[in-house]
Write a new protein. Structure first.
Ligand code: ADP
Ligand code: MG
Length: 249
């Protein structure tokens, strides 16, 4: 099954000059995150390094508690490392203050969580618009409607999250994540709360949106079949990342 193509979206304008051409979508160097509680130190992400090229797709697998969600939060600038660095599209997150990181996230980063995280008091359309309203762009409602149509929810634009199924809510979250044409999308077990029949189409949409927008995709999953769809597979074990050759399909 194919989705209708998205109507043409405007190129991002306000940051073109500050983003190096051909920079990796993501560059992570010796990233370390240590949680401290009481007298304990827990090194949850330990000297992790990897690079994601523009448009590349990558799955991160590994046991529960191995640090995958913590790693994604660091990569997206939602959390700060104890050591090491993260560059998104050539920009060093450590060189930005909290407002600067928030601004970079709004311009360059999309995030899809396991539990959708839609705002309950906003309609589907308004949820998709949230990142753009922060950017103050014009034509936003048309773009949001086009994206909702592209994930098969044209008829549900005025519904509230409570009126949508889990799969429909996650499709709204996908549309929201792509509304500002991010350079990179982080998805943390995006189909983990959905049954296979509901999750399958969501996975198809993730890869189709990746191809249509050239957005790099970093996807945490427990599902080996989903991981095999990505160009690369990275494995987290107790805070350490290793890359395994992706077996031929
Ligand atoms: P995964 O996503 O692979 O299941 P997480 O990154 O969620 O792993 O967690 C890795 C480890 O870090 C776990 O042992 C978890 O309990 C611990 N952890 C996660 N968040 C915090 C926090 N805010 N404070 C202390 N420990 C945490
Ligand atoms: Mg997790």
């Amino acid at each position: 099954s194919t989705m209708p193509s998205l109507h043409p979206l405007h190129a991002p304008q306000n940051h073109a000059s500050s983003v190096p051409v051909n920079a990796p979508a993501l560059a992570v160097d010796h990233l370390t995150r240590i949680y401290r509680s009481g007298g304990h130190r827990l090194t949850v992400v330990n000297q992790v390094s990897f690079t994601i090229a523009p448009g590349e797709t990558c799955a991160i697998v590994g046991p529960s508690g191995s640090g995958k969600t913590t790693l994604l939060g660091l990569c997206a600038g939602l959390d700060l490392p104890d050591h090491g660095s993260v560059h998104i599209a050539g920009q060093d997150l450590a060189a930005l203050d909290e407002d600067g990181r928030a601004s970079l996230r709004r311009r360059l980063v999309g995030f899809v969580f396991q539990n959708f995280q839609l705002l309950p008091t906003l309609t589907a359309l308004e949820n998709v618009l949230v990142p753009l309203e922060l950017l103050g762009q014009s034509g936003a409602a048309d773009r949001a409607s086009a994206l909702l149509a592209s994930v098969g929810l044209a008829e549900r634009a005025s519904h509230y999250p409570a009126q949508l199924s889990g799969g429909e809510q996650q499709r709204v979250a996908l549309a929201r994540a792509f509304i500002h044409q991010p350079r990179i999308l982080f998805a943390d077990e995006p189909t983990g709360n959905l049954d296979t029949a509901t999750g399958g189409p969501i996975e198809d949409m993730l890869f189709q949106l990746n191809q249509e927008h050239g957005t790099a995709l970093v996807l945490v999953t427990h599902d080996p079949a989903l991981a095999r769809r990505a160009g690369r597979v990275l494995t987290m074990r107790a805070g350490t990342l290793s890359e395994s050759p992706n077996p031929a399909p």
